[in-house]
Ligand binder design. Sequence first.
Ligand SMILES: [Zn+2]
Length: 290
Amino acid sequence: MTKKIFTLNSPSYVLRIKNSIFCVVMGAVLCLICLAGEARELPAHKPAAGGVAIFDLGPYATEPTVLYQGNAVATVKIDDHWFAVVGIPLSAEVGAEIVVVVKVDDWISFSYVERVLENSYGEEKLEVASKHVTLSPSNLERHQTEKTRIDSVKRTFTDKKPISFKLRIPVEGRASSTFGYRRIYNGESRSPHSGMDIAAPKGTAVFAAGPGLIVDVGEYFFSGKMITIDHGSGFLTLYAHLSDADISIGDIVSHTSLIGRVGASGRVTGPHLHFGVLLNGVSVNPDLFL
Ligand SMILES: [Zn+2]
């Protein structure tokens, strides 16, 4: 898989150590450590609003530190190259610079620049309960408190590397709304859609889209019952409008773990799963990871 691993398993290496079972065992252990530290599949490269920009940083012995708009960015090693996987906010304007600052070994510092490409999303009109459009003072206060908590969860950044950036579709159903749609609720314009919606009957099983750690389970005014999974290095997935959550904060899940059930909680027009993907604190298009 990687140059390091190939060296350990090459015939010449094995010949040199054939009398030492200990060394062979240690080699296998090192292989596992190398594999555990590397994500082997990257998302699609699409440097547009709500997209993902992938930068090939080159070969380095030590892990580079990468920042975009002051936030830590996911870095992964594939073969001997380090890659930065950068989420571009939906608010990014076409033609604006994506400046990524890279630091290696505390003494090499340089930046990469790419331009935001055009990416057009549609518009949709939705009718929901009026309390979810014109908020009462108490609901507004509730939403503001919840927003602080959700924003903090979305900024989760752990050193652990994602095993892969490839995700599974978390629920069987029909795609009912795509990422990026400009949304008009009861005639009033609101922020664009930050995930993809999959319509399914209430109670349909929802699975984790990939392996990770449950970092939040909450009941929110807009998102309803919502679960957030940390896949490592600021790569998160979230699952909203659930009827049930079958896991707790701190649980470790795999892509076969049942985490909850489809519901119609929060601001919805009917039962569906809202599935979101985040990188460096910004919502990006889940299609790029499926
Ligand atoms: Zn949605």
